[in-house]
Design a protein around this ligand. Structure first.
Ligand code: BT5
Length: 253
């Protein structure tokens, strides 16, 4: 059995601005990989593109993991699908739920977002110095209190009809993250497993990156987590964006 890395050291804070921001300070101070920082509350929890991650205090899992993977900087994006698969396995094994993945960083239950992942990296010269893997998983509250998010987002409590204990959930998730990370370190591919969890492959989609919107067929994903979008005879490689599935009968332009 390989020695575990993720969770070798765990720090817990009642309130932080953002666990990703705090973990970066440790990363810059040469902290070894595996450190996990949990927060009961984030006053400035972040999503991608400066968006907010909003969760009531002490209800959920909000944490960041420090990794120093033996990968090139361009491969740091592999950690997002890795985390997504660990979340899927955790929800399956702990609660017999049937999660799916929405490229690039959402875990869905019955089509609604229950978890988001924010991967950030630190580069030194030509090398990847560290990756910060931030994970938010909505647990013991109801989205009914958040009418703006409720059409698109959910919690474990809403899905299960009961609250759950955070400690065993946290334990299983760190264990799953650790075993997938061991596979990444061994150079194994997670691509086949990732493909089976994505619902968009083969579908007509629209991808927005905040400023540009493009449409096409979601053809495939590749090892570093990028999406291949077919537009007529050309193929575009996308690393980020928000995906909307277009109605199957709609003509794509
Ligand atoms: C994400 O961004 O989904 C990444 C979320 C990462 C959060 C973790 S918590 C620990 C660590 N520390 C941090 O500061 N962040 C990480 P994105 O795909 O950009 O989604 C953000 C959007 O999701 C927002 O604009 C809202 O529309 C929506 N949203 C906000 N809070 C949500 C929630 N609790 N559940 C579901 N959706 C939410």
């Amino acid at each position: 059995m390989s020695e575990s890395i993720i969770g070798r050291k765990i720090l817990r804070f009642a309130q932080v601005e953002s666990t990703n921001t705090l973990l970066r300070e440790y990363a810059e101070q040469d902290e070894p990989e595996g450190l996990v920082i949990f927060a009961g509350e984030q006053t400035a929890g972040r999503g991608r593109l400066g968006r907010k991650w909003i969760v009531p205090p002490d209800t959920s899992l909000q944490f960041s993991v420090l990794l120093r993977p033996p990968l090139a900087p361009s491969q740091a994006t592999r950690l997002t699908p890795m985390a997504a698969l660990a979340l899927v396995r955790t929800l399956e094994t702990e609660y017999h739920l049937a999660p799916t993945l929405k490229w690039p960083n959402d875990v869905l239950l019955r089509g609604k977002k229950v978890s988001g992942i924010l991967t950030e990296s630190g580069i030194q010269g030509d090398s990847l110095a560290y990756v910060i893997l931030g994970i938010g998983l909505n647990v013991n509250y109801s989205m009914r209190s958040f009418p703006d998010l409720a059409p698109y987002a959910t919690t474990l409590q809403d899905e299960l009809g009961r609250s759950v204990e955070l400690t065993p959930l946290e334990h299983t998730l760190l264990h799953q993250l650790d075993s997938y990370y061991a596979r990444i370190r061994r150079g194994e591919s997670l691509l086949d497993e990732y493909r089976t969890r994505l619902t968009i492959l083969g579908q007509s989609i629209r991808v927005s990156d905040g400023s540009t919107i493009i449409e096409g067929i979601a053809q495939d994903v590749i090892e570093d987590g990028a999406l291949l979008l077919r537009q007529g005879s050309s193929l575009r490689t996308l690393y980020a964006g928000d995906v909307t599935v277009l109605k199957p009968n709609k003509e794509t332009i």
